[in-house]
Design a protein around this ligand. Sequence first.
Ligand SMILES: C[S@@+](CC[C@H](N)C(=O)[O-])C[C@H]1O[C@@H](n2cnc3c(N)ncnc32)[C@H](O)[C@@H]1O
Ligand code: SF4
Length: 462
Amino acid sequence: MSQFQHINVEVLGKYSSPGPRYTSYPSAPLFSSAYRADHYRQEILRTNSANQASPLSLYVHLPFCDTLCYFCGCTMVITHSRERIAEYNKYLKKEIDLVAPLISPQRRVAQLHWGGGTPSYLSPDEIRDLGTYLAERFRYEADIEAGVEIDPRGLTREHMKAFREAGFNRVSMGVQDFDPRVQEAVNRKQSERITRDAVEWSRELGFKSINIDLIYGLPYQTLEQFEKTVETIIDISPDRLAVFNYAYVPWLKPHQNIIPAETLPSPELKLHIFKRTIERLTGAGYWNIGMDHFAKRSDELAVAQQKKTLYRNFQGYSTKAGCDLYGFGMSAIGHFRDTYHQNTKVLREYYAALDRNSLATVAGYQMNSDDHIRKDVIMRIMCDMEVEKPLIEQRYGIRFDEHFADAMPKLGPLEEDGLVVVEPDRITVNGMGRLVVRNIAMCFDAYIEKMIQEKPIFSKTV
Ligand SMILES: C[S@@+](CC[C@H](N)C(=O)[O-])C[C@H]1O[C@@H](n2cnc3c(N)ncnc32)[C@H](O)[C@@H]1O
Ligand code: SF4
């Protein structure tokens, strides 16, 4: 059965507004700078009290890249200095040494993720070294989900071998677009051959799941040209795909201004491109997971979505719910049941904190009971495309319609446009409503109006 009957670009175009991607709730811009290292340390101690055995998730941020992609929205640092990378790794180890002894030894790591920047910009020896360092300080579950982000440019088979030796079994690689004109405009030349090599090495070395990232909304993209990229990707046949909407945020990432605004496709053309992409990918047997992810139907993400056990975190969609997340490295975010905590995004501040034997936390958030309810509802919308009201009522002892009296009128226009169906016992994202699922989730966000009014933060939803 197709997930989409009909996509009406005119209707969807109305919903182009700034909005969060809901990798967390509340969204990171709401975190408070009053939350510092001592709060984080206390929270680690509190959540690791005697006999704590619940699973962990570890995130390590590796910010360095060789060249700047003009569209980049990630927290990265361009460098050609191998010494700078070695210095950073030394500080990472110091941070690990401050945190690991505070964690209950019974707890095992169910999920490991290295993101960036470009983790594959580390040399194979550095990958092995950091991988061993972590593995010696934490206990990994036998079926750990261990993923790493790589850039096929500059990658060798040795890098992939080192990642396998460091325990990784999933890989995610950036492609964005194969068209030479687009690649030139964004300063990212990447031949099909090197992408195919990266995929072949990953398969040969036994990586269980291979993901490829594409972006729509980049300069000079057209319907026909992006379709060609998608066809090539279908031929390469990754297990998963992320097709991101270009997050254009020049006020946060001034280098994005290098791309002349007039070369960017209009919101309408972007929707046509995404519509065609969905048709091609679902026609080729991929299942649309949430808003921008696709997976082969046999893939555990697709299975989890159908079983309603999918979960969303800072790395996107996942099957592992309920782990405490520890973030290491500059800008890394952690999340325990009731709190979020974020490291400084400024490299020298990160180093200075660790030189004082302090953690580098500069922001955080303490969730209240309403945040928990809203987070649950927003995650169900983003993952299941549906909220069962009685489930939420039982879980939190509330009356759904009363508690969300503020949300219901906001859903009205989306309901009139057929993007969402509101029934007495459930709210369901309908057909092409998936394409504006962020807008649907925003109806349940208690802070969204205030955040949008205060300053420009978020990219456009459409
Ligand atoms: C950390 S990078 C992946 C690894 C490696 N650095 C690379 O680019 O190949 C994560 C992904 O974020 C996506 N990305 C980066 N900037 C973006 C933006 N402004 N809007 C949407 N997606 C973006 C890209 O698809 C990229 O592959
Ligand atoms: S897209 Fe990837 S490789 Fe390019 S600058 Fe951003 S993090 Fe680095």
